[in-house]
Design a protein around this ligand. Structure first.
Ligand code: IPM
Ligand code: MG
Length: 371
């Protein structure tokens, strides 16, 4: 018997609604008996934590996260907290989890389910069968570089500063992850950076080339300027299999890739740390790529698929339960094939459902598959 400890951090907005649906799926797996079970702890993060405790994540929640085998994260933020100081804003909770646990490797798979090929804003022929992995560096670059400030100038103006910093080892370790993942996929890696303008871009290019030569000469490597990558993703997405890039470009390119799958509501993600040399396990956080969607929150409209698919990633990467992950992913595809759609992926002639109905339908498919 293995008991996997999960920490569920629903957060704000639709994060709360989609987390209920993932709990439904966890309950089904627990109900099945079998050698694996889950123990779920819950806590607040983001605006909800600010309201209750004045900080975006408490030390107690961080302590729970530390002992968890996997963290399941909903979403944070909303206009309610627009006026809280920058240091305590809801997003600070997520950034602290990423930074403190050194979750440097962010896997964002953009897979276009066959049933959704017409829901994309791109033509069916461009997205049908699409299966891209965006690998985003998550603990460096513009997000965390210092100084990061707004200073008042003597002439009455202000100056805003963000700093983009990368070191050799930070780039090397994410490029190694890219090559290892590529070996299990098509064997091809694109690295996107701006070496024509940014010094960090020059370092990304040089370290990537060296890492590739020294550690993974079997992998096909292509360097691409990040702006060209954004354009090529729209022009012909299927030319890509795995794109490795820095924190800021990865944030942007992954939203772009997500839309090709039909909706931002479809994209899961895994944020992994380095493997512990003793146990071989990595600290890990799983979250949907979409945000808290304040415009639809509390109405039961949100698409729970990205959250449920994020749990499937947790099973795969943190719980050694690849078979069950497959079951969940197949259940999602089935429900889509059966014509159920939340508002974000709705198409003419299909059945519009809310968050709970979608969650129940996926749960039912999982039950059937495991029966
Ligand atoms: C993401 C989000 C976050 C980011 C926000 C919520 C801080 O957009 O995970 O892509 O910018 O990294
Ligand atoms: Mg983002």
């Amino acid at each position: 018997m293995t008991t996997h400890k999960l920490l569920l951090l629903p957060g704000d907005g639709i994060g709360v609604e989609i987390s209920r649906e993932v709990e439904r799926v966890i309950a089904i797996l627990n109900g099945k008996g079998g050698p694996n079970s889950f123990e779920v702890e819950r806590d607040l993060v983001g605006g909800a934590a600010i309201d209750a405790h004045g900080v975006a994540i408490t030390e107690e929640a961080m302590a729970k996260a530390k002992t968890a085998d996997a963290i399941l994260f909903g979403a944070v933020g909303g206009s309610k907290w627009d006026d809280v100081p920058y240091e305590i804003r809801p997003e600070a909770g997520l950034l602290r989890l990423r930074k403190d646990f050194d979750l440097f490797a962010n896997l964002r798979p953009a897979i276009c389910y066959p049933a959704l090929a017409d829901a994309s804003s791109l033509k069916r022929s461009l997205v049908e069968g699409l299966d891209i992995l965006i690998l985003r560096e998550l603990t460096g670059g513009t997000y965390f570089g210092e100084p990061k400030e707004i200073v008042a100038l003597e002439n009455g103006q202000k100056r805003g500063v963000d700093t983009t910093i990368y070191t050799t080892s930070e780039i090397e370790r994410i490029v190694k992850v890219a090559c290892d993942l590529a070996r299990k996929r098509s064997g091809k890696v694109h690295m996107a950076a701006k070496w024509n303008v940014m010094k960090t871009g020059v370092l990304w290019r040089d370290v990537t080339v060296a890492t590739h030569r020294n550690h993974a000469p079997d992998i096909e490597l292509e360097l691409i300027l990040a702006d060209n990558c954004a354009m090529q993703l729209i022009r012909d997405p299927k030319q890509f299999d795995l794109i490795v890039t820095d924190n800021l470009f990865g944030d942007i390119l992954s939203d772009e890739a997500a839309m090709m799958t039909g909706s931002l509501g479809m994209l899961p993600s895994a944020s992994l740390g380095a493997a512990d040399p003793q146990t071989g396990r990595s600290k890990a956080l799983y979250e949907p790529v979409h945000g808290s969607a304040p415009d639809i929150s509390g109405q039961g409209l949100a698409n729970p698929i990205a959250m449920i698919a994020s749990f499937a990633m947790a099973l795969r990467y943190s719980c050694n339960m690849a078979a069950e992950a497959d079951v969940i992913e197949t259940a999602i595809a089935k429900v889509l094939d059966n014509g159920l759609r939340t508002a974000d992926i709705m198409q003419n002639g299909l059945t519009k459902v809310g968050t709970e109905e979608m969650g129940r339908a996926i749960a039912a498919e999982i039950e059937t598959a495991l029966a």
